[in-house]
Write a protein that binds this ligand. Structure first.
Ligand code: SF4
Ligand code: SF4
Length: 385
């Protein structure tokens, strides 16, 4: 079987943040210290070898970049300073762009100007839409968002956005599945996929493999950001938009954004407070770490890392401010903050979820799940051999 070699692969990966991988002398130290490397998945050394040899197809078919959580142990112990952890990170960006059939992700990851312009365009469009469609006689006596932008209109826009994002993310996730499974995709009986389905769910919710790394704080921070963000996404984009009607409740209950203020111990309010705390703590920790370059995962920051953290923090902070201005009943300030809030929240969702950093929320658990499926299939074949 012929092997296709891409002489430009290293250069291509550099556009996604690869650094110093050419210093690697294949000693294998990184793989030996990696707490997550396994007998069948011996990363990161093997992946670095693929990059050095220009073996694009091998990287595309490999689940291994997703099995790494970037704890940084390998980079700390590499005798050549080849930054193997950063190599794995660059490969995840590269793979995200290869899974994305629109080509948008590649541009977003490889051009800071494109990234900034894309965020600015979406933000301006949202600002314009809110300006054009605001009511002509808003309530200026009390902070009442529904008097400016009716809940039903926001709900429709919200559902359309959620549907488009879901289609994009699912289609990219299917490509991730196809690359990793290759010819085995339809050979493996459906029952094996179903029996291992819990792996997908538990790895998504707990990120438990990260807990096997030596730096437990990184796992904690990752878990905080992931659960905080997922909670907000579910509340705003899925549950509150569509679900409340199903159970006969009003849409107007979105914390920090709409007009009903729940009692302090109401589950919705508690979930909102949890998400706020989790995101704020997690992103502040990560921003300080990146500014100080305090540990290996924070030493090299790609433009998309900063953009993601800044958008997430701004979304959370403007959400908190709206919550207080609503409690204080300041109408104009609430309306202005609401516009700013959506001008940062929507670009973050529209651009990050299907095309950039947040896509890994889907790709990583899927890759872990597929590794388990392959293992189970192999065991079944051995039993019948
Ligand atoms: S990245 Fe560093 S530790 Fe890993 S194989 Fe290369 S030289 Fe050795
Ligand atoms: S960053 Fe951590 S999990 Fe990733 S390859 Fe290095 S040691 Fe393993």
């Amino acid at each position: 079987m012929s092997v296709k070699v891409d002489p430009n692969l290293m250069k291509d990966l550099e556009a996604f943040g690869l650094k110093d991988a050419n210093k690697c002398m294949q000693c294998g130290n990184c793989t030996a210290v990696c707490p997550l490397s396994e007998q069948d998945n011996t990363f990161p050394r093997r992946l670095i070898k693929y990059a050095q040899m220009g073996l694009t197809d091998k990287i595309l078919k490999s689940p291994e970049p997703w099995l790494c959580y970037y704890c940084g142990d390998c980079s700390d112990t590499c005798p050549r300073g080849a930054e193997p952890g950063e190599t794995m990170m660059a490969m995840r960006r590269y793979l995200t762009s290869r899974y994305d059939w629109t080509g948008f992700s590649r541009k977003f990851y490889t051009s800071e100007i494109f990234e900034i312009v894309a965020v600015a365009i979406v933000a301006i469009l949202i600002g314009l839409a809110l300006w054009i469609f605001h009511a002509s006689n808003p309530n200026m006596e009390h902070a009442h968002l529904n008097s400016v932008w009716p809940a039903s209109a926001i709900e429709i826009a919200d559902l359309v956005m959620a549907a488009v994002l879901t289609i994009l993310l699912l289609s990219n996730t299917y490509r991730c599945f196809s690359f990793i499974m290759g010819d085995l995709k339809f050979k493996i009986p459906l029952g094996i996929y179903i029996r291992n389905g819990w792996e997908l769910v538990t790895h998504f919710i707990t990120q438990k493999r990260f807990g096997d790394c030596t730096d437990k704080m990184q796992w904690f921070v990752h878990l905080l950001i992931m659960t905080g963000y997922s909670t907000v996404f579910m509340l705003v984009a899925v549950f509150l938009a569509g679900g409340l009607h199903v159970v006969g409740l009003s849409w107007e209950g979105i914390m920090f954004q709409r007009d009903v203020i729940y009692p302090i111990l109401h589950p919705m309010r508690l979930l909102g407070y949890y998400a706020t705390f989790a995101i704020l703590y997690g992103t502040t920790y990560a921003i300080i770490g990146r500014l100080k370059k305090s540990k290996a995962p924070y030493k090299s920051s790609h433009g998309t890392d900063w953009m993601f953290l800044i958008l997430l923090q701004l979304t959370t902070l403007t959400g908190i401010f709206i919550h207080f201005t609503r409690l204080l009943d300041w109408p104009l300030t609430t309306y202005i903050l609401y516009v700013i809030h959506l001008m940062v929240a929507v670009p973050m969702l529209v651009l990050e979820v299907p095309f950039a950093k947040w896509a890994h929320l889907a790709f990583r658990p899927v890759a872990v799940f597929l590794v388990k499926v392959k293992e189970a299939y192999k065991k079944e074949l051995e039993q019948f051999a």
